[in-house]
Design a binder for this molecule. Structure first.
Ligand SMILES: Nc1ncnc2c1ncn2[C@@H]1O[C@H](COP(=O)(O)O)[C@@H](OP(=O)(O)O)[C@H]1O
Ligand SMILES: [Mg+2]
Length: 287
């Protein structure tokens, strides 16, 4: 069997996310915005099939966990106008025993993808190896850039990526456009800072916005899955950011249950302030 270096895996994650992103731009142009449901389902499925085929070809021994490869996602194929079920994920027992697992979200921010003119949607490709996120890439196709891990760091396009420090006294916090958790409003009031909440679609686009200095933090609770955060967390950690659960514990992937309902990403200088603030409003945390 061919041996792949870690550098090959970083490059492959970026290549796969960028290619699937190009495909999604083509699907958006081809299908149009007339029926958002059809556009969402077609985009989800085409990007999923592209990634499943590419991973099977390029890394045939690896396991895969994709949002669209769950058995519960199978009904989408008929709604998208095609005639067979989506390619399924690696069986749970095999994935949980595997050393290498690709955790992918073929289209994160599906709603925003279906809205004309919006650029806050992403393709997530992460590689988990023996308990750690080993590589990751977040393509932002409508923004024309892929954020990705490289050996020893991260890049946006060809530029080195380091999470920027927030301006003293201020904090811009990215929140979901469609389901902003109420506790973040409470957190904003509690912090002794000039806080602005910035609604953005897609977990990958929000974490990218932190890394690109467009906002200073992303706080979420109340529901999410491993594929929503694996790739952006891999890039964030490689770019020197703090990325954890909202109680400060590490984000853990390739678990039996792919639910991973909350996350905090920020510059390390803001982490203790935010974690303390979140603890202070924990009675308002969902769940
Ligand atoms: N409460 C919740 N329960 C389950 N998934 C959630 C969630 N809130 C956000 N997500 C998922 O996290 C991603 C980012 O959400 P948002 O744009 O609202 O911040 C979306 O992924 P998908 O677009 O891949 O479905 C969305 O489905
Ligand atoms: Mg998602």
């Amino acid at each position: 069997m061919t041996e792949h270096t870690a550098a090959d895996d970083h490059a492959l994650a970026a290549e796969l996310a960028t290619e699937a992103g190009r495909l999604l731009l083509a699907v958006r142009a081809e299908v149009g915005h007339g029926d958002p449901r059809v556009l969402k389902d077609t985009g989800d499925l085409r990007a999923h099939e592209h990634l499943m085929a590419a991973i099977a070809e390029r890394r045939p021994g690896d396991a895969v966990l994709s949002e669209e490869g769950r058995s519960s996602a199978a009904g989408k194929r008929s709604r998208g106008g095609a005639d067979r079920a989506p390619t399924g994920n690696t069986r749970d027992a095999d994935r949980l025993a595997a050393d290498r697992v690709w955790i992918v979200d073929p289209l994160d921010g599906t709603r925003e993808y279906s809205e004309e003119g919006r650029a806050d949607w992403a393709v997530h490709v992460a590689l988990w190896v023996k308990g750690e996120l080993a590589a990751g890439a977040v393509a932002l196709p409508a923004q024309g850039v892929t954020l990705r891990t490289v050996p020893g760091g991260a890049r946006a396009g060809e530029t080195d990526l380091r999470v920027p420090e927030p301006e003293p006294g201020k904090l811009r916090i990215a929140v979901s456009r469609t389901r902003p958790p109420e506790f973040v409003q409470r957190l904003a009031e509690k912090l002794d800072l000039d806080v602005t909440l910035v609604p953005i679609g897609s977990a990958g686009a929000k974490i990218s916005a932190v890394l690109l200095g467009e906002v200073d933090a992303y706080v979420h609770a109340g529901g999410q899955y491993e594929w929503d955060s694996a790739a952006p967390a891999a890039v964030a950690l490689a770019a020197g950011a703090h990325a954890s659960r909202v109680d400060g514990s590490p984000l853990a992937y390739n678990r039996p249950d792919p639910t991973l309902p909350d996350i905090l990403v920020c510059h390390p200088v803001s982490a203790s302030t935010l974690l303390t603030g979140i603890r202070d409003v924990s009675d308002a945390l969902p769940g």
